[in-house]
Design a protein. Sequence first.
Lengths: 295, 372
Amino acid sequence: MTKKSSRSSLVTGLAGGPYELWAVIFILVPLGFVAYYAFTDNNFRFTTANIARFFTDTSAAMGAGGETAMVRTYLVISWRSIKLALISTVVCLLLGYPLAYIISRAGARTQKTMMTLIMIPMWMNFLIRTYAWMTILQDTGILNNFLSALGLGRVHIIGTETAVIIGMVYDYLPYMILPLYSIMAKMDVKLIEAARDLGCAPAGVLRRVILPLSMPGVVNGITMVLIPSISTFYISQKLGDGMFFLLGDAIEGQYVANNLHFAAAIAFILMVALLAAMAVMRRLTDKYTYGGADR
Amino acid sequence: MDKIIELKNITKSFDGEVVLDNISLDIYDNEFITLLGPSGCGKTTTLRLIGGFETPDSGDVLFMGQRINDVPPHKRNVNTVFQRYALFPHLNVFENVAFPLRERKVPRDEIEQRVGEMLAMVALKGFEHRAVTSLSGGQQQRVAIARALVGRPRVLLLDEPLAALDLKLRKDMQQELKNIQKATGITFVFVTHDQEEALSMSDTIVVMSEGRIQQIGSSQDVYNEPKNAFVADFIGESNIVDGVMLADKSVSFSGHTFVCVDGGFAPNEPVDVVVRPEDVDIVPEDKGMLRGVVTSVTFMGVHYEVIVDIGGFKWMIQTTDFVDVDEHIGLFIEPDAIHIMKKSQYSGLYGDYASFSNEFDELSDAESEAAE
């Protein structure tokens, strides 16, 4: 190595230093602590009991017919979290994709205005947003007053899974739209014209050109919505009337109850599952992005 | 020959700005027709009207006698080679070319066969599985041509397809495109701002400026018999001077009366006179019809480009004889080197080389391209 390049690498090293330090202190160390707590007991001796407890704890649950049965508590909660997160992600994708496309094809000023409107709710605390949804969805809330004023009768939404999903979709929709929009805005209009020119009706253009080219945005959007929504809490407590206890709520509950080691174990299992899911997603993106060619 | 496309009295504006002003054009089957003009002249808009990407504000587009104003692009038997190729980056070479066939649900083995033929035609056999993003500009261009031709359109539209290639490759591709057009018998509508390209490739050239067609004719027609000062200036180099038609075959300009071959003007009608730089002979001063002083000489390889001041008007002469700056020379012009044009809105705007320099010319070309 020449003198010059060794010096420049030193400069780069020093310049990158603060960021690396930041990453170590605020990302790696906390993650290490989570793992450490997950595998230790109250006396900080190694144990796998916390992890095992996640898979084995049972509790009584009421079935649809009113009979009670013993179920594995945290597996039921996990399944519920995953189900609600998947539904919310799919709804976000179905709402966000056409919206992102329409915005990306609008004039420059409309694009700016629309994106600002989408960002504005993100400036408000999510607790406040959740409370706002409570007042909208309550049995005597804005929605029901509006419906009954129209003579359409009232609907019971608060305290149902639907209410939780509405809250989650509202909170995470911008995270779906942003990556989709940024990739669609970069898409060359000429490619769409070329597809039309080569015989595609509008539906064919969507299926054969726009969709495959926006796959990286779809994967990013799914990642950005699925991960926070799988670990979400509070929304389910407020909009679900506490009926739909989720993984996030479980972690919070154990933490508040001072069961730090078990809370860490749940967080650790969730983290490993999400990392695995992300790895699969990355593989899929690599495969489907520009995947038609052998390289 | 049959008309394949007719444009009838087409007008088109964008945001109140007229881009096409009442143009009418017939395109015949099997011909190589070029729309030539500077940027903003409406040539690309004309192409997009034929492709179905724009609809005229007024007037009609006919395809084999049928009005197709409102037929969407995917239902027209016309394909386009786009300026920057517009290849699908998520598909490999084979799938790019197969794209229109898959849309039509052509059987698998026929797709294999037709794509193979097309790739062979554009000399890209063996590139089937390459990513289009890994190809050079010239290779991407070939894929774009193969993709546009594989569906066997009646008409191929080419929107400045060679603009992004370097000079040598551009020359090769010109020849190749011409050969492909002859081999396939498909009508080519070619758009370019490069007059040399237009002259060397086209059966018919349509010269456009400011949303209007200035002249339609063969390469020889538009070069030798330009209709007005714009055409004379845009195609090749021209000295354009004010003259007066004294009688048939007799014209006066630059203080001398010349014998020419044109006629049919009113007596003493003011006209524009075009003399091409290569048609002027340099002779000793006392033997010249016109006399002047050399102000600059540029060596161009095959010839010298000489600027001569004749009574305050700067002429360009291309000659293989060397003359020196400040030399007094005479000019001799044959009758058939003089071309007479009616006065037009373009009179007086072009054809004086007073502010001429090569660098300036290139500079303004680059600017107009960047503005496009």
